[in-house]
Write a protein that binds this ligand. Structure first.
Ligand code: P6P
Length: 335
């Protein structure tokens, strides 16, 4: 029974990854399992650093010394190095794309997988203690294809796995290897992520809308129309509440659990929106769609976009199916 999970029936992320392999790919060599466990280790290490940030003096800018006089690394620089090192060492990756690094990293003689990640998204919120997170997506390289940026310039529809780790009031890992997203919570006394929800399902509709209202004078017609309807529903129902953390992982996690809609639209200033397709939009769209929700750009599904460059941006509206259907109707009507 779900409520017993974690108390009398502990399932760790490590066990879950191996079980998924047995279920989905009994003859597999286990390489994806090795990769996912490497990501799990990296997230636990980053979580420990984030937790200690205030004490260990790793807040603020790179270059600030600490009590030992060591040259402190800014948390997102530290997180990036942890992910690069752990992903190299696991021997399963041939291409890495990080939000922190301009060029893709090609690992000669690497494995069959490419990982695109934002090692510490929302890092502008670190110094004031607001939740931040890691986001990752994984492609499997076609066997005959050489390791190159081509392996990652593919529609998100082709992802084999994606997930995020939320460093918040508790540490949540939400991951999908194709099925509904599964939610694990870090038990610090075990040092393990323990299963908390088997299969997240995005509620069909929600009472929350999430967008940076500070940009409202820049929005296009459809976005403005939808937000106006959130405040004054056509059916005379209760208005939606606005919740906006300004940290994508926190806003998406709430949307996955509670429903509603998270939006970062294109606007007059940001012609393609602000969020990055490969390591923010696609992984989150993969999770939300696998949870029964939707993720669109205003001109089609996020997962159907054909990327042209590794840091390209895309507008994104994601969350409850009914709410996203509504936004799509406004775009189709060309309001
Ligand atoms: P704005 C954080 O900097 C981030 O990349 C996402 O985590 C977040 O959703 C977005 O930018 C917030 O952007 O323009 O509303 O501050």
């Amino acid at each position: 029974h779900e409520s017993d999970i974690g108390r009398t029936d502990p399932v760790t992320l490590t066990q879950w990854i191996l079980t998924q392999q047995q279920i989905k790919a009994p003859n597999a060599r286990g390489n994806l399992s090795i990769l996912l466990n490497a990501i799990c280790v990296a997230c636990k290490y980053v979580e420990a650093a984030v937790r200690k940030a205030g004490l260990a003096g790793v807040l603020g800018l790179a270059g600030s010394g600490n009590v030992q006089g060591e040259d402190q690394k800014k948390l997102d620089v530290l997180a990036n190095e942890v992910f690069i090192n752990v992903l190299r060492r696991c021997g399963q990756c041939s291409v890495l794309v990080s939000e922190e690094i301009e060029e893709e990293i090609i690992i000669e003689g690497g494995g069959d997988y490419s990982v695109m990640f934002d090692p510490l998204d929302g890092s502008s919120n670190i110094d004031c203690g607001v939740s931040i997170g890691t986001i990752y997506g994984i492609f499997k390289k076609p066997a005959a294809e050489a390791a190159s940026v081509k392996n990652v310039l593919r529609p998100g529809r082709e992802l084999v796995a994606a997930g995020y780790c939320l460093y918040g009031s508790s540490c949540s890992m939400v991951i999908s290897v194709g099925g509904p997203p599964t939610h694990f919570t870090l038990d610090p006394s075990l040092g393990e992520f323990v299963l908390t929800s088997n299969a997240l399902h995005v509620p069909e509709s929600g009472k929350i809308y999430s967008i940076n209202e500070g940009n409202s004078i820049l929005w296009d017609g459809p976005t403005s129309q939808f937000v106006r309807e959130c405040k004054r529903p056509a059916n005379g129902g209760a208005p939606k509440s606005l919740r906006y953390v300004g940290s994508m992982v926190a806003d998406v996690h709430r949307t996955l659990l509670y429903g509603g809609v998270f939006m970062y639209p294109a606007d007059e200033k940001a012609k393609s929106g602000k969020l990055r397709l490969l390591y923010e939009g696609n992984p989150m769209a993969f999770l939300v769609e696998n949870g029964g929700g939707r993720a669109i750009t205003g001109a089609g599904a996020v997962l159907d976009l054909q990327p042209r460059s590794i840091h390209e941006r895309s507008p994104i509206f994601l969350g409850s199916k009914q709410d996203i259907d509504r936004i799509e109707a406004f775009y189709e009507a060309g309001h």
